[in-house]
Design a protein around this ligand. Structure first.
Ligand code: MG
Ligand code: ZN
Length: 367
Protein backbone atom coordinates (compact mmCIF):
# COMPACT_ATOMS: atom_id res chain seq x y z
CA UNK A 1 0.00 0.00 0.00
CA UNK A 2 2.79 2.41 0.94
CA UNK A 3 4.61 1.66 -2.29
CA UNK A 4 1.51 2.32 -4.37
CA UNK A 5 0.96 5.69 -2.72
CA UNK A 6 4.57 6.62 -3.35
CA UNK A 7 4.36 5.80 -7.07
CA UNK A 8 1.08 7.66 -7.32
CA UNK A 9 2.63 10.74 -5.70
CA UNK A 10 5.69 10.62 -7.92
CA UNK A 11 3.44 10.62 -10.94
CA UNK A 12 1.49 13.65 -9.76
CA UNK A 13 4.07 15.87 -8.08
CA UNK A 14 5.59 18.73 -10.05
CA UNK A 15 9.36 18.49 -10.43
CA UNK A 16 10.09 21.29 -7.95
CA UNK A 17 8.36 19.48 -5.08
CA UNK A 18 10.02 16.24 -6.06
CA UNK A 19 13.42 17.94 -5.71
CA UNK A 20 12.55 19.47 -2.36
CA UNK A 21 11.56 16.01 -1.12
CA UNK A 22 15.08 14.87 -1.78
CA UNK A 23 16.75 17.53 0.30
CA UNK A 24 18.32 16.56 3.62
CA UNK A 25 15.63 16.32 6.31
CA UNK A 26 15.98 18.52 9.38
CA UNK A 27 17.33 17.12 12.65
CA UNK A 28 13.80 16.99 14.03
CA UNK A 29 12.61 14.92 11.06
CA UNK A 30 15.59 12.64 11.45
CA UNK A 31 14.68 11.93 15.02
CA UNK A 32 11.08 11.24 14.15
CA UNK A 33 11.88 8.80 11.39
CA UNK A 34 14.75 7.04 13.13
CA UNK A 35 12.63 5.80 16.00
CA UNK A 36 10.64 2.96 14.39
CA UNK A 37 13.81 1.48 12.82
CA UNK A 38 15.66 1.42 16.11
CA UNK A 39 16.29 -1.95 17.71
CA UNK A 40 14.68 -2.39 21.10
CA UNK A 41 16.38 -1.40 24.34
CA UNK A 42 16.81 -3.98 27.08
CA UNK A 43 16.86 -3.31 30.81
CA UNK A 44 17.71 -6.50 32.72
CA UNK A 45 17.37 -6.18 36.48
CA UNK A 46 18.92 -9.02 38.46
CA UNK A 47 18.09 -9.37 42.13
CA UNK A 48 20.95 -11.58 43.26
CA UNK A 49 19.50 -14.26 45.55
CA UNK A 50 15.92 -13.08 44.96
CA UNK A 51 13.43 -15.94 45.17
CA UNK A 52 9.66 -15.70 45.38
CA UNK A 53 9.67 -15.13 49.16
CA UNK A 54 12.05 -12.18 48.73
CA UNK A 55 9.65 -10.74 46.12
CA UNK A 56 6.71 -11.47 48.45
CA UNK A 57 8.44 -9.63 51.30
CA UNK A 58 7.96 -6.33 49.41
CA UNK A 59 4.19 -6.97 49.50
CA UNK A 60 4.17 -7.36 53.29
CA UNK A 61 6.97 -5.01 54.36
CA UNK A 62 7.17 -2.44 51.54
CA UNK A 63 5.60 0.99 51.73
CA UNK A 64 3.56 1.17 48.51
CA UNK A 65 2.29 -0.90 45.59
CA UNK A 66 5.20 -3.12 44.58
CA UNK A 67 6.63 -2.68 41.08
CA UNK A 68 6.15 -6.42 40.51
CA UNK A 69 2.38 -5.87 40.15
CA UNK A 70 3.03 -3.80 37.00
CA UNK A 71 4.33 -6.74 34.93
CA UNK A 72 2.27 -8.37 32.21
CA UNK A 73 4.18 -11.63 31.74
CA UNK A 74 5.55 -13.92 34.43
CA UNK A 75 7.48 -17.18 34.13
CA UNK A 76 9.79 -19.49 36.08
CA UNK A 77 13.34 -20.62 35.40
CA UNK A 78 15.44 -23.55 36.51
CA UNK A 79 18.85 -22.19 37.41
CA UNK A 80 20.93 -25.34 38.05
CA UNK A 81 24.48 -25.29 36.66
CA UNK A 82 26.09 -28.26 34.87
CA UNK A 83 26.70 -31.37 37.01
CA UNK A 84 25.38 -29.83 40.27
CA UNK A 85 21.89 -28.89 41.43
CA UNK A 86 22.58 -25.55 43.09
CA UNK A 87 24.19 -22.65 41.26
CA UNK A 88 26.40 -19.79 42.39
CA UNK A 89 26.18 -16.27 40.99
CA UNK A 90 29.03 -16.80 38.50
CA UNK A 91 27.53 -19.71 36.57
CA UNK A 92 24.09 -18.10 36.97
CA UNK A 93 25.31 -14.85 35.43
CA UNK A 94 27.20 -16.69 32.67
CA UNK A 95 23.92 -18.42 31.75
CA UNK A 96 22.18 -15.02 31.42
CA UNK A 97 25.07 -13.18 29.73
CA UNK A 98 26.37 -15.94 27.45
CA UNK A 99 23.48 -18.41 27.07
CA UNK A 100 25.38 -21.48 28.29
CA UNK A 101 25.32 -23.57 31.47
CA UNK A 102 28.73 -23.85 33.07
CA UNK A 103 30.42 -24.71 36.38
CA UNK A 104 30.13 -22.70 39.59
CA UNK A 105 32.76 -19.95 39.69
CA UNK A 106 32.99 -19.53 35.89
CA UNK A 107 32.95 -15.98 34.51
CA UNK A 108 32.00 -15.96 30.83
CA UNK A 109 33.66 -19.32 30.13
CA UNK A 110 32.25 -22.78 29.35
CA UNK A 111 32.81 -26.10 31.15
CA UNK A 112 36.26 -26.37 29.54
CA UNK A 113 37.14 -22.75 30.47
CA UNK A 114 36.84 -21.60 26.84
CA UNK A 115 35.59 -18.02 26.47
CA UNK A 116 31.95 -17.69 25.40
CA UNK A 117 30.81 -14.58 23.55
CA UNK A 118 28.55 -12.51 25.80
CA UNK A 119 25.48 -10.48 24.87
CA UNK A 120 27.34 -7.13 25.17
CA UNK A 121 29.94 -8.36 22.67
CA UNK A 122 27.17 -9.50 20.31
CA UNK A 123 25.08 -6.32 20.57
CA UNK A 124 27.84 -3.72 20.55
CA UNK A 125 28.68 -4.86 17.00
CA UNK A 126 25.07 -3.92 16.15
CA UNK A 127 25.57 -0.41 17.53
CA UNK A 128 24.21 -0.98 21.02
CA UNK A 129 25.50 0.96 24.00
CA UNK A 130 25.86 -1.14 27.14
CA UNK A 131 25.93 -0.54 30.87
CA UNK A 132 26.21 -2.28 34.23
CA UNK A 133 25.22 -0.99 37.65
CA UNK A 134 25.59 -3.01 40.85
CA UNK A 135 25.57 -2.54 44.59
CA UNK A 136 28.56 -4.92 44.80
CA UNK A 137 31.91 -4.15 43.21
CA UNK A 138 31.59 -4.00 39.42
CA UNK A 139 34.13 -6.84 39.29
CA UNK A 140 31.82 -9.15 41.28
CA UNK A 141 30.49 -12.29 39.54
CA UNK A 142 27.14 -10.97 38.26
CA UNK A 143 28.33 -7.80 36.47
CA UNK A 144 31.69 -9.39 35.48
CA UNK A 145 29.98 -11.90 33.16
CA UNK A 146 28.94 -9.02 30.85
CA UNK A 147 32.52 -8.05 29.99
CA UNK A 148 35.08 -10.54 31.37
CA UNK A 149 36.18 -14.11 30.69
CA UNK A 150 38.12 -15.78 33.49
CA UNK A 151 38.13 -19.30 34.92
CA UNK A 152 37.49 -18.23 38.54
CA UNK A 153 35.32 -15.48 40.00
CA UNK A 154 38.01 -14.68 42.58
CA UNK A 155 40.32 -13.30 39.81
CA UNK A 156 39.02 -9.78 40.39
CA UNK A 157 42.24 -8.00 39.37
CA UNK A 158 42.09 -9.70 35.95
CA UNK A 159 38.35 -8.98 35.73
CA UNK A 160 39.00 -5.26 36.37
CA UNK A 161 41.69 -5.22 33.66
CA UNK A 162 39.23 -6.68 31.17
CA UNK A 163 36.69 -3.87 31.57
CA UNK A 164 39.21 -1.41 30.11
CA UNK A 165 39.01 -2.77 26.54
CA UNK A 166 35.51 -4.22 26.85
CA UNK A 167 32.28 -3.11 25.18
CA UNK A 168 30.95 -1.53 28.38
CA UNK A 169 30.02 2.16 27.92
CA UNK A 170 28.70 2.89 31.42
CA UNK A 171 29.46 1.31 34.78
CA UNK A 172 28.63 2.24 38.34
CA UNK A 173 29.19 0.43 41.61
CA UNK A 174 31.94 -0.39 44.06
CA UNK A 175 35.30 -2.04 43.47
CA UNK A 176 37.87 0.76 43.31
CA UNK A 177 40.41 -1.51 45.09
CA UNK A 178 40.72 -3.63 41.95
CA UNK A 179 41.38 -0.60 39.77
CA UNK A 180 43.89 1.45 41.75
CA UNK A 181 46.19 1.02 44.72
CA UNK A 182 46.28 -2.58 43.55
CA UNK A 183 48.60 -5.27 44.87
CA UNK A 184 50.66 -5.07 41.66
CA UNK A 185 50.89 -1.27 41.94
CA UNK A 186 49.05 -0.73 38.64
CA UNK A 187 46.47 2.03 38.23
CA UNK A 188 43.85 1.27 35.57
CA UNK A 189 42.40 4.81 35.52
CA UNK A 190 44.79 6.22 32.85
CA UNK A 191 43.93 3.34 30.49
CA UNK A 192 40.19 3.81 31.11
CA UNK A 193 40.45 7.56 30.43
CA UNK A 194 42.54 6.83 27.32
CA UNK A 195 39.67 4.60 26.15
CA UNK A 196 37.12 7.40 26.41
CA UNK A 197 35.92 7.02 29.99
CA UNK A 198 35.13 9.94 32.24
CA UNK A 199 35.77 8.53 35.72
CA UNK A 200 33.97 9.33 38.96
CA UNK A 201 32.54 12.67 37.87
CA UNK A 202 30.56 14.07 40.83
CA UNK A 203 26.84 14.07 40.12
CA UNK A 204 26.53 17.78 40.95
CA UNK A 205 28.76 18.72 38.00
CA UNK A 206 27.69 15.89 35.70
CA UNK A 207 26.92 16.96 32.17
CA UNK A 208 26.40 14.04 29.86
CA UNK A 209 28.50 13.94 26.71
CA UNK A 210 26.98 11.15 24.57
CA UNK A 211 30.29 10.48 22.78
CA UNK A 212 32.07 9.68 26.05
CA UNK A 213 31.86 6.63 28.32
CA UNK A 214 31.24 6.86 32.07
CA UNK A 215 32.68 4.94 35.01
CA UNK A 216 31.75 5.43 38.67
CA UNK A 217 33.65 3.47 41.32
CA UNK A 218 32.04 4.71 44.49
CA UNK A 219 33.40 2.32 47.13
CA UNK A 220 36.63 0.38 47.68
CA UNK A 221 34.80 -2.98 47.54
CA UNK A 222 31.00 -3.43 47.84
CA UNK A 223 28.74 -0.41 48.15
CA UNK A 224 27.41 0.29 51.67
CA UNK A 225 24.26 -1.61 52.67
CA UNK A 226 20.86 0.10 52.76
CA UNK A 227 20.98 -0.19 56.56
CA UNK A 228 24.29 1.73 56.43
CA UNK A 229 22.57 4.48 54.46
CA UNK A 230 23.48 3.74 50.83
CA UNK A 231 20.57 5.98 49.90
CA UNK A 232 19.29 6.13 46.33
CA UNK A 233 22.49 5.00 44.59
CA UNK A 234 20.81 2.20 42.61
CA UNK A 235 17.80 4.15 41.37
CA UNK A 236 19.76 7.40 40.82
CA UNK A 237 22.49 5.79 38.70
CA UNK A 238 19.88 3.82 36.79
CA UNK A 239 18.26 7.16 35.90
CA UNK A 240 21.64 8.62 34.88
CA UNK A 241 22.46 5.61 32.71
CA UNK A 242 19.05 5.82 30.99
CA UNK A 243 19.58 9.54 30.42
CA UNK A 244 23.03 8.88 28.93
CA UNK A 245 21.68 6.19 26.59
CA UNK A 246 18.73 8.37 25.55
CA UNK A 247 21.06 11.25 24.69
CA UNK A 248 23.29 8.86 22.73
CA UNK A 249 20.30 7.93 20.57
CA UNK A 250 21.61 4.36 20.25
CA UNK A 251 19.75 1.25 21.34
CA UNK A 252 21.06 0.00 24.66
CA UNK A 253 21.34 -2.96 27.02
CA UNK A 254 21.51 -2.03 30.70
CA UNK A 255 22.07 -4.63 33.43
CA UNK A 256 21.18 -3.44 36.93
CA UNK A 257 21.94 -5.68 39.89
CA UNK A 258 20.54 -5.58 43.42
CA UNK A 259 23.62 -7.50 44.60
CA UNK A 260 23.09 -7.37 48.31
CA UNK A 261 19.75 -9.21 48.45
CA UNK A 262 22.10 -12.23 48.24
CA UNK A 263 24.43 -10.96 50.96
CA UNK A 264 21.50 -10.39 53.33
CA UNK A 265 20.36 -13.96 52.61
CA UNK A 266 23.82 -15.35 53.41
CA UNK A 267 23.75 -13.34 56.65
CA UNK A 268 20.22 -14.63 57.44
CA UNK A 269 19.37 -11.00 58.19
CA UNK A 270 15.74 -10.29 57.25
CA UNK A 271 15.87 -6.58 58.10
CA UNK A 272 18.86 -6.15 55.74
CA UNK A 273 17.12 -8.29 53.09
CA UNK A 274 13.86 -6.30 53.19
CA UNK A 275 15.67 -2.95 52.87
CA UNK A 276 17.66 -4.26 49.87
CA UNK A 277 14.42 -5.56 48.30
CA UNK A 278 12.69 -2.19 48.79
CA UNK A 279 15.62 -0.45 47.10
CA UNK A 280 15.55 -2.93 44.21
CA UNK A 281 11.77 -2.51 43.90
CA UNK A 282 12.18 1.27 43.62
CA UNK A 283 14.76 0.80 40.85
CA UNK A 284 12.45 -1.54 38.94
CA UNK A 285 9.85 1.28 38.94
CA UNK A 286 12.42 3.60 37.31
CA UNK A 287 12.96 1.04 34.54
CA UNK A 288 9.22 0.48 34.05
CA UNK A 289 8.52 4.22 33.95
CA UNK A 290 11.19 4.60 31.27
CA UNK A 291 9.72 1.74 29.20
CA UNK A 292 6.21 3.18 29.56
CA UNK A 293 7.25 6.69 28.55
CA UNK A 294 9.78 5.93 25.81
CA UNK A 295 8.45 2.64 24.41
CA UNK A 296 10.70 0.38 22.32
CA UNK A 297 12.05 -1.20 25.52
CA UNK A 298 11.96 -4.66 27.10
CA UNK A 299 12.27 -4.82 30.89
CA UNK A 300 13.18 -8.17 32.49
CA UNK A 301 13.43 -8.73 36.24
CA UNK A 302 14.79 -12.01 37.53
CA UNK A 303 17.43 -13.59 39.76
CA UNK A 304 20.39 -15.91 39.39
CA UNK A 305 19.17 -18.09 42.30
CA UNK A 306 17.56 -17.88 45.72
CA UNK A 307 19.69 -17.30 48.82
CA UNK A 308 18.99 -18.29 52.42
CA UNK A 309 15.99 -20.56 51.86
CA UNK A 310 14.07 -17.49 52.92
CA UNK A 311 10.44 -17.89 53.90
CA UNK A 312 7.57 -15.83 55.32
CA UNK A 313 6.38 -18.16 58.02
CA UNK A 314 3.90 -17.53 60.82
CA UNK A 315 5.11 -15.93 63.99
CA UNK A 316 4.75 -18.88 66.37
CA UNK A 317 1.53 -20.11 64.77
CA UNK A 318 -0.09 -16.66 64.68
CA UNK A 319 -1.65 -16.42 61.20
CA UNK A 320 -1.99 -12.66 61.60
CA UNK A 321 1.75 -12.14 61.87
CA UNK A 322 4.73 -13.01 59.67
CA UNK A 323 8.14 -13.95 60.98
CA UNK A 324 10.67 -13.99 58.12
CA UNK A 325 13.07 -16.90 58.56
CA UNK A 326 15.87 -18.75 56.78
CA UNK A 327 16.71 -22.41 56.26
CA UNK A 328 20.33 -22.12 55.04
CA UNK A 329 23.30 -19.76 54.96
CA UNK A 330 23.85 -20.71 51.32
CA UNK A 331 21.84 -20.82 48.09
CA UNK A 332 18.79 -22.99 47.43
CA UNK A 333 17.54 -24.90 44.38
CA UNK A 334 14.09 -23.29 44.08
CA UNK A 335 12.74 -22.19 40.69
CA UNK A 336 13.15 -18.45 40.13
CA UNK A 337 10.48 -15.99 38.87
CA UNK A 338 10.97 -13.92 35.71
CA UNK A 339 8.94 -10.72 35.21
CA UNK A 340 8.72 -9.21 31.72
CA UNK A 341 7.26 -5.91 30.49
CA UNK A 342 7.29 -4.02 27.21
CA UNK A 343 8.36 -5.05 23.71
CA UNK A 344 8.50 -8.84 23.39
CA UNK A 345 7.41 -9.50 26.99
CA UNK A 346 4.99 -12.19 25.74
CA UNK A 347 8.02 -14.36 24.90
CA UNK A 348 8.74 -14.76 28.61
CA UNK A 349 6.08 -17.29 29.60
CA UNK A 350 6.24 -20.89 30.81
CA UNK A 351 8.88 -22.78 32.75
CA UNK A 352 12.33 -22.98 31.15
CA UNK A 353 16.09 -22.95 31.75
CA UNK A 354 18.02 -19.83 32.83
CA UNK A 355 20.04 -19.91 29.57
CA UNK A 356 16.82 -19.14 27.68
CA UNK A 357 16.86 -15.57 29.05
CA UNK A 358 19.85 -14.89 26.78
CA UNK A 359 18.28 -16.55 23.73
CA UNK A 360 14.84 -15.01 24.22
CA UNK A 361 16.31 -11.49 24.52
CA UNK A 362 18.28 -11.96 21.30
CA UNK A 363 15.17 -13.36 19.57
CA UNK A 364 13.13 -10.32 20.62
CA UNK A 365 15.86 -8.00 19.32
CA UNK A 366 16.21 -9.75 15.96
CA UNK A 367 12.45 -9.98 15.30
MG1 MG B 1 25.83 -10.80 42.30
ZN1 ZN C 1 25.37 -15.87 47.14
Amino acid sequence: MKRLIKIYLFALLPISIFVSCNTVPSAADNKKFKRPDKQINVILLIGDGMGLSQVSAVYYFGDKTPSFSRFSDISLINVSPIKLKITDSASGATAFACGEKTYNGAIGVDADTNEIQNIFEILSVQGYKTGIISTSSVTHATPACYYAHVSKRSMQYEIAEQIVDSDVDFFAGGGESWFRNRKDGRDLYPALIQNGFIMDQPLKSLTIIPEKKYGFLLAKKGMPTMLEDRGDFLSDYTKIALDYFTQSESSFFLMVEGSQIDWAGHDNNSEYLIEEMKDFNKTIDIALNYAEQEGNTLVIVTADHETGGFTLSTNDGDYGDIKPSFSTGGHSATLIPVFAFGNGAENFRGVYENTEIFHKILDVISN
